[in-house]
Each structure stands twice: as structure tokens, then as C-alpha cells.
Design a protein around this ligand. Structure first.
Ligand SMILES: Nc1ncnc2c1ncn2[C@@H]1O[C@H](COP(=O)(O)OP(=O)(O)OP(=O)(O)O)[C@@H](O)[C@H]1O
Ligand SMILES: [Mg+2]
Length: 452
């Protein structure tokens, strides 16, 4: 225990006891503080914040049991070990109930005290570290996953509910809606956060390559296998595997993956030994996987295996209340990165940002903000810094919904009805008084989601 710098406070009225304890503890590298009354103890705890407190039951001005809650009121983290010559089971129980970590009866073996101290310090340290780490991670996560729409709030709640489970998650949403980000968040917020997060993009990987990536191979399993290699299932052991663009996985590999998910075991390519699958699976796709199943491009059984907890990330145009917070978020981000001091956006730019259909979603928004900030020579981003529309950016109050063009009004109306009808095209067309084909054409023209 060399180099240990933890501060220990001894509270005991007997000089000889304090002297003995001090030499014992300093011999182990602890720093030692001493108090001979309760009042002095409280003062030292306030000023010096010791990491651990050794507390005698009998003190001249008070007794240890009365002092306990007052110490806890000042510092509820520092563990307290009660030391007493007059210990009864009852006092021990009362002490523990009042917040003491442990109880030791005098006389005791110096070694048992040292072991007890070391163990108690270790326990509080890990508890504190866990707390701090958890907090830091939650803060990072909450800070960066921007959005105040109901959809985003629901996703936040789902991520929290998923923290303690191994549930398989299927993320669906258009490109740039944040699937990769959510996959990461699920891992970071989960109890697996200290284990690996391994992401695999399934697009363009042949069956052979994907198999050896996923399951690893033994030396000599195929010509180029000059050494054996662990696959992603092994690397991600007890962590999370993220299958990005799962719809792009070849049917043959899908079959193999399904098999592994069902058996919960796998073998390396060319291997004999069975290994256990102990990972949380997250898959993502920007296609409608159910459509892919109908078209015979995705295995139905695998779809159901993955679709245990579906999370749909709506397009940005379906949650416009997130647009401005995201813009602010990326302005802050790029202010930092580009060393700029952009304060915000002009009302006209704001209206443009709110009216734009965002086919590339948040990724596109991020790119547009970055580009605008590079172009922008003023304090705020102007409409002319944005790549859509051709506006002169006189500061004016005319930038509200009242002054939208007919086309914009049409687009907004279509969107409202479509959202209210949960993307049902037939009902939307009926309400708007147009045929389905007309509606379909308009959706395409305005770059609106075709209802899934
Ligand atoms: N809610 C959000 N708050 C802040 N940034 C976000 C949010 N959602 C997404 N982003 C950012 O937007 C960009 C695109 O997100 P991401 O890569 O996760 O999308 P995706 O759905 O995986 O897209 P693709 O289907 O093209 O892979 C990233 O830079 C990501 O950090
Ligand atoms: Mg992605």
C-alpha cells in the first residue's frame, strides 16, 4: 500500500489510542488527522474532507452515535468505521443504521483494522467512480442528442428503458436521421458501456468476407488465412454489435446470422470450438425492412428476430420543432471548431430553415450550417448564407408563415394532413381532394416522405 495518500481522521479522546493508530496508519502511507472532541471532528471534516473516519463511541462532549448523523450531514460520502471498547450488538446495529460503514471492537488486531480500512476505501472509491462516470456519460449523451419533439423524447425514454436489458433493437429511419448516433447512445447508456461497441457496415461485404469478419477464422481456414483471427462477435464479447445497413446483407449471410442468433453460439470459420454469443445486437437500416421482406430481399424470420424493439427515427421534416435547436447546437459546435462567434440566425434564415424539407435530415442540416458558417461574414447566419432560395436578406418582419408562397403553403398543408393521418396516402388524398397519383407526384416534388 505504498503511495497511498488517503486522508484518515481519527476521532478519539484518548491520546494513547490516537498515537498508536497514527503510527499504524502512517506506516501504511495514509495521511492522518486527529480530533479529540466531536466539535473538533466536525470542524476537521468540514475543512479537510478526509476520505475515511475512525470514530470512537465515547467522546467528552458527545457520543459517536449522536455525532454520526451530523457527520453525514457534512459529508455523506466519507465512510465511517466505529471503534469502541464498549461495543454491544445493539450499539453496533444502531451505528450501522445511522450511517456507519463498519464497526470494530477494541482491542483489535492492527491487521484487521488495516484490511477493513483498505476494503472500505476501495468500495467507496469504486462507488464514487461509477457515479461520476455514469453522470459524465449521461451528461455527454443528453447534451449531444438534441431535440425536444415528442419523437425525440420518446426515443430518450426508450433508450433509458433499454439500459438494463439485452433486448435486440432495430433502428429504422431515412438517411441522416441519427441511427448511428442512437445505436451509440444505447450502448453508452447501457450497463455494457464499459465493454466494446463494435460497428459493422453490412453494405458491399461478400458472404465470405462478412463471415470471417463476424465469426473470425482459424489459421488455414482459407488460402489467405495465414493466422487465426477473432471475429467481431468475439471482440464485442459482453458489449454491443451494431449492424449498420442490415438490409444490404446478402441473403446467404442473413441465414447464417439468423442461425447464430438462434443458437446463441458460433464457430470461427474453419474452427471446431463453439463459442457463446454474449452481445447485445443493434441493427439499422434506412430502407423499410418490411417492404424488403415483401420483395423477398430480406428474410422474414431474421426480420422478426431483429425487430424486438423497433425504434423509428422520423425525418426532420416530421419534427420541425427540432430544427432550430439543432441549428443552435451545430452553431455552437462549429463556433468551437472553426473559432467563430456566430450568435444565431436572422428571422429570414430561420424561416428558410424551418420551411426546407430536409431530405438528408440532420446530416444535411449539419453540413448546411457548417457551410453557412464558413461563408458568413456577419454576426448571424443570413438567408444568403444558405444554399436554398435566392433572397436578399433585409432584416424584415416578413419572414413568417403569413408570407409563404402558394407552393410552400401547399407543401405544409400536405405535410400536416399526412402527419395527422399517420402517413396513410389514401386518406390524405381523400382529405385534400386529389387523387392518390396527384398526391404521390406532389410528395415527390416536395421531397416529402412517401409514407414509409
Ligand atoms: N438528435 C441529434 N442531435 C445532434 N446530432 C445529431 C442528432 N441526430 C443525428 N445527429 C448528427 O447527424 C449526423 C447524422 O447522424 P447519423 O450518422 O447517426 O445518421 P444515420 O441515420 O446513421 O444516417 P445513415 O442512414 O446515412 O447512416 C451525425 O453527425 C450525427 O452526429
Ligand atoms: Mg449511419
Amino acid at each position: 500500500m505504498t503511495g497511498n495518500k488517503d486522508k484518515i481522521l481519527i476521532v478519539d479522546d484518548q491520546h494513547s489510542v490516537r498515537f498508536g493508530l497514527r503510527s499504524l496508519l502512517e506506516g501504511e502511507g495514509y495521511r492522518v488527522l486527529e480530533a479529540d472532541t466531536g466539535a473538533q471532528a466536525l470542524a476537521l471534516i468540514t475543512e479537510q474532507a478526509p476520505q475515511l473516519i475512525l470514530l470512537d463511541l465515547r467522546l467528552p462532549d458527545t457520543d459517536g452515535l449522536t455525532l454520526l448523523p451530523r457527520i453525514k450531514a457534512i459529508d455523506d460520502e466519507a465512510p465511517i468505521i466505529m471503534l469502541t471498547a464498549h461495543g454491544t450488538i445493539e450499539t453496533a446495529i444502531t451505528a450501522l443504521k445511522n450511517g456507519a460503514e463498519n464497526f470494530l471492537t477494541k482491542p483489535f488486531e492492527p491487521d484487521s483494522l488495516l484490511i477493513l480500512i483498505a476494503r472500505t476505501l476501495d468500495q467507496t472509491r469504486t462507488r464514487r467512480e461509477r457515479l461520476l462516470l455514469g453522470l459524465a456519460q449521461e451528461q455527454v449523451a443528453a447534451e449531444y442528442f438534441v431535440g425536444q419533439s415528442d419523437a425525440i423524447k420518446r426515443i430518450h425514454a426508450t433508450i433509458e428503458r433499454l439500459a438494463a436489458s439485452d433486448t435486440t433493437v432495430l433502428l429504422q429511419g431515412e438517411t441522416g436521421t441519427g441511427k448511428g448516433m442512437v445505436a451509440n447512445l444505447i450502448h453508452r447508456q447501457s450497463e455494457r458501456r464499459h465493454k466494446p461497441f463494435v460497428a459493422l457496415n453490412c453494405a458491399g461485404l461478400s458472404k465470405e468476407l462478412l463471415e470471417s469478419e463476424l465469426f473470425g477464422h482459424e489459421k488455414g481456414a482459407f488460402t489467405s488465412a495465414v493466422a487465426s483471427k477473432a471475429g467481431l462477435f468475439e471482440l464485442a464479447h459482453q458489449g454491443t454489435i451494431f449492424f449498420d445497413e442490415i438490409s444490404e446483407m446478402e441473403l446467404a449471410v442473413q441465414a447464417r446470422l439468423l442461425n447464430v442468433l438462434e443458437q446463441k453460439r458460433f464457430r470461427r470459420v474453419g474452427g471446431v470450438q463453439e463459442k457463446e454469443v454474449a452481445v447485445r445486437i443493434i441493427a439499422a437500416t434506412n430502407r423499410n425492412l418490411q417492404h424488403e421482406v415483401k420483395r423477398g430481399r430480406f428474410r422474414e424470420d431474421l426480420f422478426y428476430r431483429l425487430n424486438v424493439m423497433p425504434i423509428l427515427l422520423p425525418g426532420l421534416r416530421e419534427r420541425r420543432e427540432d430544427i432550430l435547436p439543432l441549428v443552435q447546437h451545430f452553431i455552437a459546435h462549429f463556433n468551437h471548431k472553426l473559432n467563430r462567434r456566430i450568435a444565431g440566425v436572422t428571422p429570414k434564415a430561420e424561416a428558410l430553415l424551418l420551411g426546407y424539407p430536409w431530405p438528408g435530415n440532420i446530416r444535411e442540416l449539419r453540413n448546411i450550417v457548417e457551410r453557412a458558417m464558413i461563408l458568413c461574414a456577419q454576426e448571424r447566419l443570413h438567408a444568403s448564407d444558405l444554399p436554398f432560395g435566392d433572397f436578399n436578406d433585409e432584416p424584415s418582419a416578413a419572414a413568417s408563415e403569413e408570407f409563404l408562397s402558394l407552393e410552400e403553403v401547399e407543401r405544409l398543408q400536405i405535410e400536416r394532413v399526412l402527419t395527422a393521418q399517420n402517413g396513410n396516402l389514401s386518406r390524405t388524398a381523400e382529405i385534400l381532394g386529389v387523387t392518390r397519383t396527384t398526391l404521390y407526384n406532389k410528395l415527390r416534388r416536395y421531397g416529402l416522405n412517401e409514407g414509409g
